[in-house]
Write a protein that binds this ligand. Structure first.
Ligand SMILES: [Zn+2]
Length: 116
């Protein structure tokens, strides 16, 4: 009897998938081969061979957590920085020219007479 038929699982021991290095075969779950893996972070995890070989799992879960927290950090940083602040329209003095002219006229100065 050929071993290839009864047991389709490849031997993944020693292979690395992302941060996980397969250290041993674990008991099957749901008819799927499971593998005990050691993560770079020091945690161990049991993962399905399918997921490992497909590249669906790359860590014990720490990678996802780190990414999530990195995203959150970026998000918070972006929130802190905020969009460029807008203080309404750049302060255009209110009707200064008009008022000055009106004032000059009121005081009897000739309008637009630069030689005065
Ligand atoms: Zn890990």
């Amino acid at each position: 009897m050929s071993a290839e038929h009864g047991n389709r699982a490849k031997n993944l021991v020693g292979k690395r998938y992302g941060r996980l290095v397969v250290t041993a075969r674990a008991a099957n779950a749901n008819g799927k081969s499971q593998w005990r893996c050691l993560c770079d972070c020091g945690s161990s995890a049991v993962r399905s061979g399918n997921l490992l070989t497909r590249g669906d799992v790359l860590s014990c879960g720490c990678l996802h957590k780190e990414r999530a927290s990195a995203n959150m950090t970026q998000l918070h940083a972006a929130k802190r920085a905020g969009p460029p602040k807008q203080y309404g329209r750049p302060g255009r003095p209110k009707n200064v020219t008009k008022d000055a002219t009106a004032l000059a006229v009121a005081f009897g100065y000739p309008r637009g007479d630069k030689n005065a």
